[in-house]
Design a protein around this ligand. Structure first.
Ligand code: 6PG
Length: 244
């Protein structure tokens, strides 16, 4: 498990921004565009603000295409919306052309229709044939204390999805649907970067690091033809014995 521990969240965001910029430059140079699936929640805020702070002018924003790894089943102006968090941070400076932003249309009350709509968007953009999966140049992933990532939560139906690109599982603890990319999509990515911070995540991270992943969806993301990298802060690393 390729893991790096950082003393502070600021150090973690700096390293993550460098990785993001590096992947973006490589993809834009080699393929003419950089396709990234963004994570939600609170951790990415620090990274997104840093990326548009002016400290990373090399990011080819005109060739960057943004998607979401998951979205809450709320309208885009909801305080819970991952899109809204991104609009307030990564999109705040207008660096990414609006036509390069593919948000999940989660305002539709029919969650399954949202998933089908987003799947159609992915199939069209990536020009997929039957049975094909999109290959993101990068997916940004977070992890919850229960070991979920994106909206792949333990014990939910989406974990068993092997064909659909997008699922809309009911998440009992939130009494709500979520919209999420599925394991086959994440595991088809060229590069998956996990950003994990906070003490509450240490037990799940320790289990995943020890190779005990079955109960922790985040541990089941292992790109078949790509790399995964975990950037964690010292609190989340807890008592991990990591190689220097
Ligand atoms: C979401 C995320 C989710 C998140 C984890 C960690 O929609 O909430 O995509 O998977 O990454 O829950 O969240 P924090 O970054 O807020 O700890």
């Amino acid at each position: 498990m390729n893991l790096r521990v950082f003393d502070t969240a600021a150090d973690l965001f700096q390293a993550a921004a460098q990785e993001f910029a590096a992947r973006a430059e490589i993809a834009a140079r080699e393929r003419g565009k950089f396709c990234v699936a963004l994570s939600g929640g609170s951790t990415p805020r620090g990274l997104f603000n840093l990326l548009v702070s002016g400290a990373f002018p090399s990011v080819p924003w005109q060739k960057t295409f943004l998607f979401w790894g998951d979205e809450r089943h709320v309208p885009p102006d909801s305080p819970d919306s991952n899109y809204r968090m991104t609009r307030e941070t990564l999109l705040a400076k207008g660096l990414v052309p609006k036509s390069n932003v593919f948000r999940v249309p989660a305002e539709n009350p029919d969650a399954d229709a949202v998933a089908r709509n987003y799947e159609a968007t992915l199939r069209s953009f990536f020009r997929l044939g039957p049975g094909e999966f999109p290959r993101f140049d990068l997916t940004l992933n977070g992890m919850g204390a229960d070991g979920h990532t994106a909206s792949l939560f333990p014990g939910t139906s989406a974990l068993n999805e092997t064909k659909a690109l997008v699922a809309a599982p009911w998440i009992e603890k939130f009494k709500s649907h979520r919209i999420t990319l599925t394991f086959p999509v994440f595991n088809n990515a060229a590069y998956v970067l996990f950003l994990v911070a906070g003490r509450e995540k240490a037990p799940a991270l320790r289990s995943i690091y020890a190779g005990n992943e079955p109960g922790f969806p985040a541990g089941q993301i292992k790109p078949t033809n790509g790399e995964s990298l975990w950037f964690v802060d010292r609190e989340a690393a807890g008592g991990l014995k990591t190689s220097p």
